[in-house]
Design a protein around this ligand. Structure first.
Ligand SMILES: Nc1nc2c(ncn2[C@@H]2O[C@H](COP(=O)(O)OP(=O)(O)OP(=O)(O)O)[C@@H](O)[C@H]2O)c(=O)[nH]1
Length: 245
């Protein structure tokens, strides 16, 4: 198979353990946050290195992307959720599916900041109570991201507010501009990947694969690498080009 594995030096802060029996790893990441905070922009930026400024409202999508990190082949599956309110059962299924979570707000939108705590609580609650991680006493890895820091003039949430929240919740915090930089976007996924792998190594039972619900199977998949039997591939000049049919 003609795999186009993108080698990237993420400068991971942790040494990643090789399992020997596992030549590659699949990591499922769920991006959560209110509408228009930049969830799609972030996923697309990470995978393609490009900032696409034109977006349709999110059709929920799972982006599949394979890359080499620290000598490991990592299969990212990134679920870009819709920002609008939805059925509690649906969001529960999506949260159960994830190994790690990016919770995004925009520094230009105070409401999106206020939503972060509720989303963190929801993720922890669902993973601790629903059997998603029955065997693990550890909360799932979460990274808080403040996006759109380039829009300084429209800022409504200070860096200190973001740092204070992350310290209160004891979660990593990144203030970034998806528009301005690939590196800081990639660093979010790098840190989260490191946390997921650390938990995988110290608490493997946490990652026993859950049965995938019918709902998750319905979410369209897009492959960034050449298409396999079950997905489309990235080859686009605008966001519309890769919207599912
Ligand atoms: N200036 C600036 N604009 C950004 C940045 N990130 C995203 N945007 C813009 O913000 C708008 C919303 O981005 P999306 O990625 O569609 O946001 P979303 O969270 O996926 O929105 P929903 O699909 O509605 O949930 C778009 O116009 C993006 O171009 C950023 O870092 N800086």
């Amino acid at each position: 198979m003609d795999k186009e594995t993108m080698s990237t030096n993420f400068g991971l802060s942790r040494t990643l353990k090789r399992t020997g029996s596992l030549p590659s790893r699949t990591v499922r990441i769920v991006i959560l946050g209110q509408a228009a905070v930049g969830k799609t922009a972030m996923a697309v930026r990470f995978i393609t290195r490009r900032f696409i400024g034109e977006y349709d409202p999110t059709l929920e999508t799972i982006y599949r992307h394979e890359m080499s990190i620290g000598g490991d082949v990592v299969h990212f599956e990134i679920l870009d959720t819709a920002g609008q309110e939805e059925d509690a059962l649906l969001i529960e299924e999506k949260i159960k599916w994830g190994d790690g979570f990016v919770i995004v707000y925009s520094v230009t939108d105070r409401c999106s900041f206020d939503e972060v705590m509720r989303l963190c609580f929801l993720v922890n609650h669902i993973h601790s109570s629903s059997g998603a991680r029955k065997c693990s006493p550890e909360p799932p890895p979460i990274v808080i991201v403040a996006n759109k820091k380039d829009l300084e003039f429209d800022r409504m949430v200070s860096t200190e507010d973001g740092e204070g929240l992350s310290q209160g919740l004891k979660l990593p915090f990144h203030e970034i501009s998806v528009r301005d930089g690939w590196e800081e976007t990639a660093a979010v996924f790098s840190v989260l990947y490191g946390d997921v792998i650390q938990q995988l190594d110290t608490s493997p039972a946490s990652f026993r694969r859950r049965a995938v619900s019918k709902l998750m199977e319905k979410i369209p998949r897009i492959n960034s690498n050449p298409p396999g039997p079950s997905g489309r591939s990235f080859s686009f000049s605008s966001f519309r080009d890769f919207l599912p049919d």
